[in-house]
Ligand binder design. Structure first.
Ligand code: FE
Ligand code: FE
Ligand code: ZN
Length: 280
């Protein structure tokens, strides 16, 4: 069965997100762990978590994806900003222990003028401080579009980060279709080659989630502007090939398209209609 969901607002808690997901026929979802621009966060409501966990079990909601605030920069040249990113991520991971088996996605960061190499080592250092052997959450590096000085535009950069993380069993990658397209990977005409390249450079075993987005920009634009499924440069047919690719089809897919709930519902229905179950 296709595992698909979309980005939901976390302001009303986990149970509310679970119910919203089921309303649009999603069986997973993504959410920001806290205000994407700010840092503060309410105390975790343990009753809400407990109610969510039993609802998720009963409704067949699978592994969910928490997204770190996108303003964090674990490879900032500023030590204070790096510390802020580390503290926030460590706190998010502690809270996620209440929902074991989830994934936690973050943007590797922007090296600004330090160079990619310096950025990569700062990101790995941060992860080496944050990760705990006993944790039950897998931390995902997101593939980036290469806007400005973003680290993680190439599979090689992500591989380098993973290579330097000691507890790398707790690490994986989330592939964003808009970002890789904007980053120059032609998933429209050469999906098989891109999947093969990912496997050779990073290893498909590391791939834990896919952000399924169309793009407002052409291949290699380095822009990162998501578009609705079928309304951008990637197009509906190519995205349907992504969800049906034999090496990808069992992964969870998350829509981050510019939509309200009805729009997400329609996209999920479209993708479910065009998904081929295994063995058929
Ligand atoms: Fe993201
Ligand atoms: Fe994304
Ligand atoms: Zn994006």
């Amino acid at each position: 069965m296709l595992t698909i969901g979309c980005h939901l607002s976390s302001s009303k808690g986990y149970l509310a997100m679970g119910k919203e997901a089921r309303k649009i026929n999603a069986n997973t979802f993504q959410f920001f762990t806290r205000n994407p621009r700010g840092g503060s966060v309410k105390a975790l409501d343990l009753k809400d978590v407990e109610e969510y966990l039993s609802y998720a079990r009963e409704q067949g909601i699978r592994q969910i994806l928490a997204h770190a605030p996108y303003t964090l920069n674990a490879c900032s040249a500023d030590e204070g900003l790096r510390a802020f990113a580390k503290n926030t991520m460590a706190d998010d991971l502690l809270r996620l222990e209440h929902i074991p088996g989830s994934c936690y996605n973050f943007h590797p960061g922007s090296h600004v003028k330090q160079g990619a190499e310096a950025g990569i080592s700062l990101i790995a250092d941060a992860l080496n401080e944050i990760l705990k052997p006993e944790q039950h959450t897998t931390v995902l590096l997101e593939t980036m579009a290469g806007k400005g000085s973003e680290v993680g535009r190439t599979f090689e950069e992500l591989r380098e980060i993973l290579d330097r993380v000691t507890l790398s069993d707790h690490m994986g990658v989330c592939l964003d279709t808009c970002h890789v397209w904007d980053g120059g990977y032609d998933i429209v005409n050469h999906l098989d080659d891109v999947v093969k390249e990912f496997d050779q450079v990073i290893g498909l075993g590391r791939l834990k989630a896919i952000h399924l987005n169309d793009s407002k920009n052409p291949l290699g634009a380095h822009k990162d502007r998501h578009e609705k499924i079928g309304q951008g440069y990637i197009g509906k047919e190519a995205l349907i090939r992504v969800i049906n690719h034999p090496m990808l089809k069992d992964l969870p897919f998350y829509l981050e398209t510019p939509n309200e709930l009805d729009g997400y519902k329609a996209e999920i229905a479209l993708l479910r209609e065009n998904y081929r179950e295994n063995g058929r």
